[in-house]
Design a protein around this ligand. Structure first.
Ligand code: 3H9
Length: 691
């Protein structure tokens, strides 16, 4: 405890230093240490004022969220905040780095606050499925007013020192190191240049209009979430006397803690960070100062944009001059869009360093080259060999979605430099990159892929080699389940609606139309030779659409007819379906939304379990990250593996067995790992350790 919170005396100033690396999370040690430190300084007669600041990267990043859902340990953060506010001696808090959630709550319980320029302040609790539960919903409105507090608390948005000053959340903005600023602030409190007051004594003006507007907005936009509505209810209680408001906040906070959404959202928070812990983390990434992108189609242009947005110089190559021109124009449009959305400054836009060329020679001097040419093995390998000749020793990446990297690697003189960087379309927007590690890929090349993804502000997930890697392989499995439901007679719009109801932004058929049905068609043709002849041909209906030239939105028609204002199911579907059902002796049946989701989710989880079993994903949480950041899996559900643990292995085994009995050729098989878990106990989260 002593090392987490330290005290020292500087004349009549008592300093409290919080030192709980890496981010000063307010875990039990910090909370207990803070109370003990206050007691010590209050009892010290020489101390006239107390200044509180953080060592290291931040003031306090919030409550320690690893403690949520575990038995609470005294003192709770709300009590710590009350102790600070009650303190007989003035307490000034100095904020740097991050003063978030419980960190900001500690600060606003103090009697004065100084923000060091560069600090991020905010109440991100709502993004974790909770609400500020240590007085933030009560003291926040007292300082900033109801409307501003509602905005901060229901959006979780982070603000800087100047905005916090304008809102009244802090009293002063300063520059300097936290200790120096703390000493100066404490001196100013003593000299009356900085006013110390208790937040609880501030009069609060009710604002029923702001409450009602926020409530209505949330009902429209986030009806499916629990905590945003609880946030509004808690802020509504801020006009009550503080103890009553705090009691209401406590009750609502507990309800959030108990909600499954909280568990899912916190799992998602850790998933984002867990994926970086790879075996190659100790290897030194190679320096990358010039990036080449070969292939100026949608993917290549998107990848080039992503690199340029990160300030990297890019050489974009396409052997077809028109394609190169189109690609360069797409990059320019993407960058203009980034400027208009405030993602890039006009000055940075002006400094973009993009070179275009039609031959690979222009790649000379690149230390990393990503090929994004046509998805065909011969085209890819010829390109990779060409790149290696021009840039010997450079890291060479393929952006293939499906093809076998080990086969590609065989054609290279030095396969150690080769890996997959599987971006998702649009590549400058989507956060996921699968870093695909082939048999020969060198550790520092993997580390280079991760370092690049970080520079591009993307989330990199390590994947082994298999058809579709982690994401597309699992997607093929649930896509297949959706196709079979449609073949059996469940309307495609009912399937899409059920999947949207689950929390995805789009259903599989809507998504198919957006991406283009020819992609799946090509994949089915490629896999035809290795397809299990005993398994049902799930693509029969999609094939008929493609043969008729209905390839989705780009042709005006696919699963849906897009010619009107809103898409309607392709009117030819019932006829096509009848033909297939008669030929294959399918007795039509319509599944309800629950059964649709059971099949969709179970197919996803079963394939994900196999991906873990085969070591394609090193840990189940990697799969969750892939689906959260690349496939629109609803964040509050945590990811397929998190869901699997919620359902339980035994229940999943029973589900799959039932489905296998119902549709013996539907590909329903219990993965061995699920059998084992059901028999011996254990969970997917139990496999996330040992990274
Ligand atoms: C809350 O406060 C509730 C209260 O209102 C009520 C209570 C009663 N707890 O992100 P990084 C870990 S809710 C535990 O890579 P950066 C993180 O997992 C909380 N651990 O660094 C990682 O661990 P590892 C409200 C935490 O510099 C390491 O610290 N607060 C916490 O890119 C480094 O993190 C928030 O939501 C935590 N609260 O970003 C803020 N925070 O090394 C959450 C971080 O093992 N935190 N860790 O992978 C953040 O947004 C970012 O971490 C921060 C630093 C911006 C602070």
């Amino acid at each position: 405890m002593e090392q987490v919170v330290r005290t020292s005396l500087e004349g009549d100033i008592g300093l409290i230093v919080l030192d709980n690396p890496p981010v000063n999370a307010a875990g039990h040690g910090l909370r207990a240490g803070l109370v003990a430190a206050l007691d010590r300084l209050v009892a010290e007669p020489a101390v006239k004022v107390i200044a509180l600041y953080g060592e290291g990267r931040s003031f306090i990043a919030g409550a320690d969220i690893r403690e949520f859902g575990k038995p609470p340990r005294d003192p709770w953060l709300p009590e710590v905040c009350n102790r600070i506010e009650d303190c007989a001696k003035p307490v000034v808090a100095v904020l740097h780095g991050a003063a978030l959630g419980g960190g900001l709550e500690v600060a606003i319980a103090a009697h004065a606050r100084v923000a060091i320029r560069g600090v991020a302040l905010g109440f991100p609790e709502v993004t974790l499925g909770v609400l500020p539960g240590a007085g933030g919903t009560q003291r926040g409105p007292r300082l900033a007013g109801v409307a501003a507090a509602l905005d901060l608390i229901t959006t979780g948005r982070r603000i800087g020192a100047e905005e916090a000053l304008a809102l009244g959340l802090v009293d002063r903005v300063a520059e300097g190191d936290p200790r120096t600023v703390a000493l100066a602030a404490a001196r100013d409190v003593l000299d009356g240049r900085l006013t110390a007051r208790r937040t609880r004594d501030i009069h609060i003006d009710p604002d029923p209009e702001a409450l009602e507007t926020t409530k209505q907005t949330l009902l429209h936009t986030q009806a499916h979430l629990f905590s945003p509505h609880a946030c509004v209810e808690a802020v509504a209680a801020a006009t009550l006397p503080l103890p009553e408001g705090l009691a209401k906040e406590r009750q609502l906070f507990q309800a959030c803690i108990d909600s499954p959404q909280r568990a899912g959202l916190i799992h998602a928070f850790f998933a984002e960070r867990a994926v970086a812990k790879i075996p190659e983390a100790a290897a030194t990434p190679r320096p990358v100062t010039r990036i080449g992108v070969v292939g100026a189609g949608t993917m290549g242009a998107g990848i080039a944009t992503a690199c340029l947005l990160a300030g990297e110089p890019v050489v974009l190559i396409d052997s077809a001059p028109e394609a190169l021109e189109r690609g360069a124009a797409a990059v320019a449009r993407n960058l203009d869009g980034a400027v208009s959305r405030g993602k890039m400054t006009p000055a940075a836009r002006g400094e973009i360093r993009l070179t275009t060329a039609t031959t690979l020679d222009a790649l000379a001097g690149c230390d990393l080259v990503i090929e994004a040419v046509f998805e065909e093995m011969d085209v890819k390998t010829a390109t990779l060999r060409g790149i290696e000749t021009v840039c010997p020793g450079a890291v060479i990446a393929t952006n293939t979605s499906y093809l076998d990297l080990n086969v590609m690697a065989e054609t290279l003189a030095d396969p150690r430099n080769f890996l997959g960087l599987h971006f998702f379309s649009p590549a400058h927007v989507m956060r996921l990159v699968e870093v695909v590690v082939a048999d020969a890929t060198a550790p520092e090349v993997v580390a280079t892929g991760f370092a690049l993804a970080k520079r591009l502000k993307k989330i990199a997930v390590r994947s082994g080699v298999c058809d579709g890697f982690i994401g597309n392989r699992i997607m093929s499995a649930y896509r297949r389940a959706a196709d079979l439901m449609a073949l059996d007679g469940t309307p495609i719009d009912a399937i899409d609606a059920a999947v949207r109801g689950y929390g995805f932004a789009m259903g599989p058929f809507e998504m198919g139309d957006l991406a283009g049905l020819d992609i799946g068609w090509a994949a089915r043709k490629r896999q035809a030779a290795t397809r299990d002849p005993a398994a049902r041909d799930h693509g029969a209906l999609a094939d008929r659409l493609c043969e008729a030239g209905w390839l989705g939105r780009k042709t005006g028609c696919g699963w849906y007819d897009h010619s009107g204002d809103t898409p309607v199911p392709n009117p030819a579907l019932p006829g096509l379906l009848r033909e297939i059902q008669q030929a294959e002796r399918i007795t039509p049946r319509i599944l309800d939304a629950d059964e649709i989701i059971t099949r969709y989710e179970t197919a996803m989880i079963a394939e994900a379990a196999r991906v873990v079993e085969e070591g394609i994903a090193r840990h189940p949480i990697d799969i969750d990250a892939v689906f959260l950041f690349g496939y629109g899996f609803p964040r509050w559900k945590g990811g397929p593996m998190h869901r699997a643990d919620k359902i339980g292995a035994a229940a999943l085994v029973a589900r799959i067995a039932r489905l296998a009995q119902d549709d013996p050729k539907g590909g329903w098989q219990v993965p061995a790992i699920l059998h084992r878990m059901a028999r011996e106990g254990g969970s997917f989260s139990g496999l996330n350790t040992g990274r």
